[in-house]
Write a protein that binds this ligand. Structure first.
Ligand SMILES: *[C@@H]1O[C@H](CO)[C@@H](O)[C@H](O)[C@H]1NC(C)=O
Ligand SMILES: *[C@@H]1O[C@H](CO)[C@@H](O)[C@H](O)[C@H]1NC(C)=O
Ligand SMILES: *[C@@H]1O[C@H](CO)[C@@H](O)[C@H](O)[C@H]1NC(C)=O
Ligand SMILES: *[C@@H]1O[C@H](CO)[C@@H](O)[C@H](O)[C@H]1NC(C)=O
Ligand SMILES: *[C@@H]1O[C@H](CO)[C@@H](O)[C@H](O)[C@H]1NC(C)=O
Length: 318
């Protein structure tokens, strides 16, 4: 090779360093996760521990960070989902999608193969439903969605039934309540810390779910209920600061300034009719109130869309 070619090659190598695709072996510092690439152009890391196994004396305790490993963790197959409330639950029946175990705090991650550590793709964080009695949308294959939306999909298991929601005097005194919810939050905190390494944007995580898993949405996602929502909305706000105070109050004071700026842009900055004896921002706040529209007609009119709201996880975790 001529010297100039060598020089060009070196420049190219340097240049390509910054746009290198996310490798299937992701190094998170405390552990290394080996995923696999599918033929369709999606990387997947399955069964990624986002908390330490809560077994033995740790049963019923709040989730804690995953343990560091020196060995590579192979994330090439789904791992067990959490034990349901009852042995008769459908997740206990033999099936091809999952097994169940007490050691179940895993996420599954799907990313377009061309994602890079700099790509900052939006992230969809999906918490399953199941009435807090089972992980009832377990191990869906997020590949198509990741590809279609050019987003990172992350799906979380969480403890349910007695493992997630046992209550007793002993538990109140000695351990921790509502662990299932805490697991979902732990997964979210894990994602915020680590998802950039998979090509995701930690500042743009949308929590997605329905039914039980959607309970966590209340403080995080605002949509519209044109009729329902307006009932509990204070009518007087005329100023953005007052509107923010209402929103923060609804959201347990965990919305960051970034979320508030998104809410402002999405709702408050939109011109709406002003009604007699009401503040100028009343309709805007009503539209931002609650989450999701239940009326297809309202949805058609553009209400009830889901927006990306940054959750101040540190405030939620405490
Ligand atoms: C998801 O679907 C894609 C495309 O059919 C396939 O390549 C991949 O192996 C599937 N992943 C899992 C975990 O089943
Ligand atoms: C990945 O590929 C898709 C589809 O070809 C393209 O639209 C997108 O811009 C690419 N993304 C990156 C980060 O290169
Ligand atoms: C948000 O903005 C307000 C007003 O600018 C500021 O006082 C506050 O510290 C900010 N909060 C955060 C969490 O950055
Ligand atoms: C609002 O106030 C104006 C002016 O006082 C009045 O003409 C109008 O009828 C009022 N509208 C309603 C819906 O009360
Ligand atoms: C906002 O403006 C309306 C209409 O002028 C008024 O009735 C209301 O008291 C104002 N709200 C506040 C908080 O000042």
């Amino acid at each position: 090779m001529h010297a100039t070619h060598v020089f060009t090659a070196a420049i190219l190598a340097l240049f390509s360093l910054s746009v290198l695709a996310v490798p299937s072996l992701v190094d998170l510092g405390y552990t290394q996760l080996q995923g696999r690439e599918t033929a369709m152009g999606v990387m997947q890391w399955l069964g990624v521990p986002f908390a330490a196994p809560l077994l033995g004396p740790l049963r019923f305790s709040a989730p804690i960070d995953p343990l560091p490993t020196t060995d590579i963790v192979y994330c090439t197959a789904f791992r067990p989902i959490c034990l349901p409330r009852q042995p008769s639950d459908f997740t206990m029946k033999p099936n091809r999608r999952f097994t169940v175990s007490e050691d179940c705090l895993f996420v599954n991650i799907f990313a377009p193969t061309n994602a890079t550590e700099d790509s900052q793709l939006p992230v969809m964080y999906f918490a399953q439903s199941g009435g807090f009695q089972s992980n009832s949308n377990a191990n869906f294959n997020g590949s198509q969605l990741a590809l279609f939306g050019e987003i990172i999909i992350i799906k979380v298991n969480y403890r349910v039934g007695p493992f997630g929601f046992a209550q007793s005097r002993e538990i109140v005194a000695g351990v921790s309540l509502n662990n299932g919810m805490k697991d979902i939050i732990q997964g979210l905190a894990w994602a915020q810390r680590n998802i950039a390494k998979f090509g995701g944007n930690p500042d743009q995580i949308v929590i997605s779910s329905y039914a039980a898993g959607a309970l966590l949405h209340v403080p995080t996602i605002w949509g519209n209920c044109q009729d329902e929502g307006a009932k509990n909305v204070p009518q007087s706000p005329n100023k953005t600061e007052d509107a923010f105070a209402v929103m923060q109050g609804q959201a347990f004071n965990v919305l960051s300034n970034y979320s508030l700026s998104l809410l402002k842009q999405t709702y408050l900055a939109v011109l709406q009719p002003v009604f007699n004896n009401s503040g100028v921002l009343w309709r805007q706040i009503a539209n931002a109130h609650r989450f999701g529209s239940i009326d297809p007609e309202q949805e058609r009119l553009g209400f009830g869309a889901y927006y990306t709201i940054e959750l101040n996880v540190e405030a939620l975790v405490g």
